[in-house]
Design a protein around this ligand. Structure first.
Ligand code: ZN
Length: 225
């Protein structure tokens, strides 16, 4: 279920304790479906806030679990009892936390999202909620040696985000979206850990490039426990 899990104690600790929980799931769950999300909620022990993701740069502020699913590619919260989820199959899942004030964020950064800098928009909304010391976790995604694109597309994206410029292992134009996100977060003053794994190469993750319309979705998830 979980390919990666990390707990960070809130510091300073509130009187009733607490910690930030970060997780990335694997291909054993398909989060396109309600039953997959329900299984993840049971495993994590938290209600999950979903997004209707459209490869944009809108960021939703979430107060708690809601039947309404915002159309956005980032979400932020300062509330306990809600997990922020982004769903991916090759795009970059990013989760963010300020463990001093308990403000969380999550973003879905595909090619368009990197061009639009959705991760920085998400950090900005977290700062509006009081975050000052944000750190990030970048989850498994299609790597720069696999993500082949037309030369003109590489030029367009690299003009906006130079760190994305890449070449496939077979010598053709490519984009390294993870490197682009690392650079964007660094420019925003956010240090980030990269959770290893190329979705195209590693069948324990879902990959749209590998499986097309049959591809499931895995998730990045962050919550206050
Ligand atoms: Zn790869």
């Amino acid at each position: 279920m979980f390919a990666f899990r990390e707990s960070v104690d809130l510091d300073p600790a509130p009187r009733d304790g607490g910690r930030v929980e970060v997780a990335f799931t694997d291909a054993s769950l398909d989060l396109r479906h309600d039953d997959g999300v329900a299984a993840l909620e049971r495993a994590a022990g938290v209600a999950i806030a979903r997004l209707h993701q459209v490869h944009g740069d809108a960021v939703a502020i979430v107060d708690g679990p809601s039947a309404a699913v915002p159309t956005a590619d980032g979400q932020v919260t300062a509330s306990r009892g809600v997990g922020l989820m982004v769903r991916v199959a090759d795009c970059v899942p990013v989760v963010l936390a300020d463990a001093a004030v308990g403000v969380l964020g999550a973003a879905h950064a595909g090619r368009r999202g990197v061009e639009l800098d959705v991760v920085t928009r998400t950090v900005e909304r977290m700062r509006e909620l009081g975050a000052t010391e944000v750190r990030g976790w970048i989850g498994p995604h299609v790597c720069g040696r696999c993500y082949e694109v037309p030369a003109a597309m590489r030029d367009e994206v690299a003009a906006a985000v130079p760190a994305t410029y890449a070449e496939t292992s077979w010598g053709t134009p490519a984009l390294d979206l993870g490197a682009g996100v690392v650079a964007q977060l660094a420019a925003a003053g956010v240090p980030a850990s990269v959770v290893p794994g190329c979705t195209l190469e590693d069948p324990t993750f879902h990959s749209y490039r590998r499986d097309g319309d049959a591809a499931g979705r895995f998730a990045g998830l962050v919550w206050l426990a």
